[in-house]
Design a binder for this molecule. Sequence first.
Ligand SMILES: Cc1ncc(COP(=O)(O)O)c(C=O)c1O
Length: 375
Amino acid sequence: MRSAPNDVIAFHSGYPDRELLPERLVRAALARASRGDAALSRPPAAGVPELQSWFAHELRTATPAGFAPPTPSDVVVVPGSQSGLSSVFRALAGGSQPVLMESPTYWGAILAASHAGADVVPVPSGPDGPDPVELARAFEETGARLFYAQPNYANPTGAQWSHQRGEEVLEIVRRHGAFLIEDDWAHDFGISTSAVPLAAREDSGHVIYLRSLTKSVSPAIRVAAVIVRGPARDRILTDRGAESMYVSGVMQAAALDTVTQPGWQTHLRALRHQLQSRRDLLAASLRQHAPQVHVAHVPHGGLNLWARLPDGTEVDRFVRECESAGVIIAAGSEWFPAEPAGPFVRLNYAGPNPGAFEEGARVLGSILGDRPNAR
Ligand SMILES: Cc1ncc(COP(=O)(O)O)c(C=O)c1O
């Protein structure tokens, strides 16, 4: 992750700015954790039982009648979902096995799977999620047993799958005896909708669910969960043991304390409004000052706008020119497992200083100059 000097306009970060974090709750939680048993003891490998219960309970509240709810023992606490993803891929996809991924998708998942030795196979995905026909074909052609996806507010596109699309994908995954690795990275970042985990609607062990608190509680409290029903859980836990044995109990206690305070819900409600005004401000600034930058889908949640530049734009050069002019953006190519589908950039609206968004858009517009609109 790159840091940015104070005088630049930063649209590149993946993590929300400090003013969007529950700072008072986090400081109080850390102070309490430092005074409690957690400061001097070693927690169980799968996590502090009360935190396992909290994660299971959260998913249980989304579970419709007729489905078996997850239990605390299905939960493995991990130090951030990046680490969880690495474990999942190492445990289930090592040795050149194919792993299907939406394209574009989170670069960290591409990296983790590649490092585990897996062979990443892209499946095109748009604002409604992957095309079920393409997904089924990819399973058939590759014999893959894993599909990594983000059904809610995907990074980078912001896509949220409909109920129907989720059902279609689950049906395909079950039919191929495979796992859906559901990365619910933006669970707390709903704006005009809320995140609905697919894992709540699948109780036969075909979904491996990742739920992170890193971005919404604090990047310094690096706690997430992998929730799996069935034998895959033991393989993932074995990998956790090999990797790091356990997650600091102080961090787990502080995370649990933060999300169980009444102030947490108040914070999430305020966050929804803050993200909405930041998202709308950036989208409006682009429309007004950089009409060459096309945002096809304004997302219902998440932290990013996924924008297409005019055809023929050399993205890396554009990114460098923006940086020289004091605006840092992320080249879209990082999010494609194979060839980029076009000249894209990702613009994060949760970074510092939204007062500078308009100026940032002006810079993008003037660098693109009189190139035709990307519509
Ligand atoms: C889609 C997605 N998954 C996982 C992660 C990693 O999250 P964590 O901070 O919990 O490791 C990120 C971070 O940017 C992300 O965007």
